[in-house]
Design a binder for this molecule. Sequence first.
Ligand code: HDE
Length: 710
Amino acid sequence: MSEPKEQKIDESSKDRDLEQFRQDTGEYMTTNHGVGVNNTNDSLKVGERGPTLIEDFHLQEKLSHFDRERIPERVVHARGSGAHGYFQVYESLAKYTKANFLQDPSVKTPVFARFSTVAGFRGSADTVRDARGFSVKFYTEEGNYDLVGNNIPVFFIQDGIKFPDIVHALKPEPHNEMPQAAAAHDNFWDFISLVPESMHMIMWILSDRALPRSYRMMQGFGVHTFRFVNEQLKSRFVKFHWKPLLGVHSLVWDEAQKLAGKDPDFHRRDLWKAIEMGDYPEYELGVQIIEEEDEFKYGIDILDATKLIPEEIVPVTPIGKMVLNRNPDNFFAETEQVAFNPARVVSGIDFSNDPLLQGRLFSYHDTQLHRLGSANFPELPINRPVCPVHNNQRDAVMQMKVPQGKTNYFPNSIGGGCPMMSPENMGAFVHYKDKVEGEKVRVRSETFSDHFSQATLFWNSLSSPEKEHLIQATHFELGKVDNPEVKGRLVDLFNHVDHELAKLVSLGIGVPAPSKAVTSNHGNLSPALSIENNSPKETIKTRQVAILAAQGFDFAQLTTIQKALKKAGALGEIVSQFKGTIESLDGKKVEVDKTFLTSASVMFDAVYIPGGQQSVKSLKAQTEVIDFINEAFKHCKSIAATGEGVDLVLKSQIQGLLLNKPSSPEELIIEKGVIISQDPAQTERVALEFIKAISAHRHWTREVKQFLTQ
Ligand code: HDE
């Protein structure tokens, strides 16, 4: 036997640090273990037509990973869309809170926001009638702070223990899993009819607030009362409000229903597209601050989540702005795996004893352990704080960190005592010393017993179009309820809100009207509750306008309007029969953005039809075009036409509106959001008037009042 030879390392060779491979370029396909894959189209077989071999580890890995791709969806708020951005405080809030991210106006705190519907499953439509979630994770230097709110300032129930009941009642019925993403069914309304505390939120749900035009155009509310605590450990109560800089705008019900079919991703697409185009959604954060000694001053229990504090009583002070400026790189890794939790507060922000909030403080972490499958979900990139994390929690499924050192307990001396307790002046969270005493009881506070006065306040505060819409919503929602007793009980509840309202509700749902009022309407209102008073009229930024054109259109008219829209921050998209290009009268080509097949009137905020005899003739021949215009008209949107484009408008239902309308000396007609001129020389004026009309958002005066006399 020969002696084994000593293996020698060639000293002259250079070290190759294999760690560098971890910063890979993503160019070549490998297995999850890093082995190169040269064919992912054919499994490994014995011969071309033979059986597949168990040794095909690539096939096995690919299929078994796929088999596990789905995780449990959120039990509520399953359908959502998220975006990255930042938050900046306007000026130091040191007087009110020691929260580090609310001190320095020069600091941009990264955020991730997620907007959601509540009832629908992950694949449901965006535009259903529902509350919307409005959650923001602030990645602060002193840990993550989650503000997990809704676009409605109050909630259905007063105590967290009722949450499974209301969610069961709301979700599809258990025997046949119907209806999807909708509250319009017996079980939901049965529950509501037995839980009068829900009536205030019900009024919001039946209002246009539950049909936002866009996630970029809805308010957000923290709902509960929280606390701000400053360096001197003085606590004040605080309620949080998000206000979109684009104002609050809604869809109409017919539009929302059609959109659910035409584009179930309407809100998701809108958010994504706006960010891609650099139209970053912006929201101001505002606070209502209530001194501790004023807790009982307003006759409203601030621990009752079915109540709000009217802004006219305690004004909302803007404290900073959130800008959403980056779409997620990967929906699953970020929007799906993000874990919000109202229990995640930072030093300077604390809880109140609202029993609904208290229930939430348990539920979110619990559900996330189930949904994300491991106690290590805070280590996922989207959930990881930006500040260092040190503690002695170890191991568990999918540990992604490699903790260093010998000790994993406290106190220790071997590990130098680390990690030590964080000092208070470095952001350690110290719970506010709220003095509590009492007997252990399962009761509801007497101060929670007024279930109707704020429902009435909301009703009184709506504009008349908003009221009309609300009544119609009751007819739809309760019209889908079969059980007459449930409907009877609901009319009785509406009668506690407002007698006239109850009579109008009963009219549409086939139950007798209540004979007399239970209480008289207090007559108070809060202007801030009406959408009307939350929608600035001076901007058309990011509005989408359909420009209907075909071969032979008038180039000058089309481009004049398109440029004017662009200058005002809106987007004019050309809609035609086919994709590709269309040629103008004078031989100029423009790109078609959408077709009548791939788009619909409900996807736009306004419509414009330029002249050009041939173009208009060809549009007239397509029935979809007249439907397009009629639908925009029905949904009270702004409509403009120039030159021969006016002929098309006159073929639609708009004709009825314009009959006998005298035109101005310059041949310009402006009537309820319809602006037309047959004189091409008027195109610039039409543009100006059109922009003004779009900034009014909708022209409700076109709607025929069905129920209200004023
Ligand atoms: Fe939630 N809620 N909730 N909720 N909620 C969840 O947590 C729960 C409540 C809200 O974009 C779940 O991680 C209970 C009020 C939003 O990921 C769950 C109670 C408000 C989101 C849960 C409430 C909300 C959730 C489902 C009564 C408005 C989506 C998945 C005590 C202030 C967050 C998850 C996101 C999500 C429980 C009441 C808003 C099951 C028990 C009030 C925006 O834990």
